[in-house]
Design a binder for this molecule. Structure first.
Ligand code: PLP
Length: 283
């Protein structure tokens, strides 16, 4: 297991980070998770653009050749299907002071773990997910992919305690997203999803789902979704880069629609799978 740390590739056991690193002390850092399928980055440029948005937003210096760093890491780990984790912290202040010097050298860490290719699963074998709805405890800059994930962790655990797979978050009466996914509701053949704002992460797969909808004449609308709209839709889906698009078949113990995976979900799954196969074969 080879990891990348501050310009060097090394065995994971050899990687050392100072306890005064601001990522450790304060969560003063941002991250990305980028799946590689058959050794190729999935929407790599989009992920890098989002990383650069996060860095700019928190004023951590940028300017690395991210693609080269990650491609080499994947190669050193044998390619194939890997989920790459990349974290950039503001660096090591040498003490626990909230204020920082602008000249700090960021700490850059990347590693990868095997990931299943979501498009390899036959549609019939995809399982419907159970979700709960709970309060969105996060800050108001969820467009920044920050490593301060305590609220996400707590509500996901709340879901797990109730034998659910994901927690959907409600803020000021509207659904924002899942703890690590974006949300879609289908009603009468139209897809509804919250519009991009600082209350949600602009998901790479969310963008792709809307792109595929556009290309295939499927109607969608970016709009507020309240609890009523969420729980009375025909279908509910979540999306993320490592999981693709997955059907949610129960919310707070109640069936979504008829409790089965929906037909429009199956169509979108197929479109996504086709997109990904094309990406892999380069054709
Ligand atoms: N929303 C949150 C809070 C996330 O953490 C993630 C990804 O893990 C997503 C949405 C989905 O984003 P993407 O499709 O870029 O993986």
């Amino acid at each position: 297991n080879t990891v990348y740390l501050n310009g060097r590739y090394m065995a994971a056991e050899e990687a050392r980070i100072s306890p005064f690193d601001r990522g450790f002390l304060f969560g003063d850092s941002v991250y990305e998770v980028i799946p590689y399928f058959q050794g190729r980055g999935f929407r790599l440029q989009e992920h890098i653009a989002r990383l650069e948005h996060s860095l700019r937003a928190v004023r951590i210096p940028n300017g690395r050749d991210w693609v080269a760093i990650l491609d080499q890491l994947v190669e050193l780990n044998g390619g194939g299907n890997l989920s790459v984790y990349l974290q950039v912290t503001r660096g090591d202040s040498g003490s626990r002071s909230h204020a920082y010097d602008a000249g700090l050298e960021p700490t850059i860490f990347a590693c990868c773990t095997p990931v299943r290719d979501f498009a390899s699963l036959p549609v019939a074998e995809v399982k419907g997910l159970a979700a709960i709805v709970t309060a969105d405890l996060r800050w108001h800059r969820c467009d920044i992919k920050s490593t301060c994930l305590l609220p996400n962790i707590l509500v996901l655990q709340q879901a797990r305690d109730q034998q659910a797979d994901e927690a959907l978050l409600l803020r000021d009466g509207v659904v924002t997203e899942g703890t690590s996914s974006n949300i879609f509701v289908v009603r009468q053949g139209v897809i509804y999803t919250p519009k991009r704002s600082s209350e949600i992460l602009g998901g790479i797969t969310r963008e792709l789902v809307l792109e595929l909808a556009d290309e295939n004449g499927i109607q969608y609308q970016e709009t507020d979704i309240d609890y009523e709209a969420l729980t009375t839709g025909d279908e509910v889906w979540i999306s993320s880069s490592t999981r693709g698009v997955l059907p949610v078949t129960s919310i707070d113990g109640q069936a979504v629609g008829n409790g089965e995976k929906g037909p429009l979900w199956a169509r979108m799954f197929e479109l996504l799978t086709r997109y990904q196969r094309k990406l892999m074969t380069g054709s």
